[in-house]
Write a protein that binds this ligand. Sequence first.
Ligand SMILES: *Cc1c(COP(=O)(O)O)cnc(C)c1O
Length: 362
Amino acid sequence: MSDGSLPPEDLHPETLAVTAGRPDRAPGAPLNAPIVPASTYHHGGDTIYGRDGNPGWEAFEAALGDLEHGTCVTFASGLAAATAILDELPVHAKVIAQRAPYHGVADMLRERAARGQIELQTYAALTADSLAGSLTGVALVWIESPTNPMLDVVDLPAVIAVAKAAGAMVVVDNTFASPFGQTPLTLGADLVMHSGTKLIGGHSDLLLGAVVATDPAVAQRLRERRSKTGATPGVLETHLALRGLRTLPVRYDRAQATARDLAARLAAHPHVGRVRYPGSGTMISFETTGTGEDAEAVCEATRLIVHATSLGGTETSMERRARYASERVAGTPETLIRLSVGLEHVDDLWRDLDRALAAASG
Ligand SMILES: *Cc1c(COP(=O)(O)O)cnc(C)c1O
């Protein structure tokens, strides 16, 4: 999509976020890819029907593909992207995953295993040691790092290396780190999956998903899968997600700096127990002292921080994850609060948190 512009491999990711996926630089051409509201196309071209492609999807895919170093296919949501990957597996395929990845992915894996569609083996922690010896015949290793909501971090280079050596396909759910935290394809993974709903969209105003593949042939199969299943994104969604992607490096840096600060302040707070912050990224999970109800009360006592699910928006939000049955089943602590750090001033956020923690703990 670039003509006289610099080749992507010469550019830093921050620059790519701004430049990738733009129309060619021709006199009079628009700077941004147009929003094309079309369910059908005139016969004779490559695109026939709205399920097969859209110029707006392709602009978003070009940008995220450049940032993740592969070929991107966008989907209606993160879970639609995950479904496409799992639908590509042959029947009885062996799949290895963490015991508690994102609950929607965990549910899909368990349901498929219960129906006999896949053979699922899960690990509390995915390490090269724990996997050694159990990788024979494994088709897919599903990795989430850091995990939602426990923020467990996987040693990606080590785990990817043993999985690849055994011939398994490796997918990394990169939703929490974003391409500005890590680029798993450069560490040897085959696929990266994103919930674009979160940091990439970045404004809590859309649902979107994506898969980025090292192998263009795999990307093509996923594209065909998208057409077959109709897991197609909206044209407004890909436009907004690309607009979100343009500012992601700046948002990520700022939110990460604030998260580091808040994590340290939380760790020293008398009403806070264990703080999980992996040292990078925009997410913090912390346990409050007291009961689950006390933690729920903290979430309800904030005035600035939004009490809502989801993450990665400009606004800081939090919720007690064990409010969901599926999270309780996965072993999420009753008092664990997942905090998604946004772009407000750190001191305003701290004042709100500190006051809510004090109010709710009496
Ligand atoms: C939200 C999320 C998903 C699912 O994405 P949707 O866009 O909500 O379908 C998958 N993985 C992780 C880590 C998530 O946070």
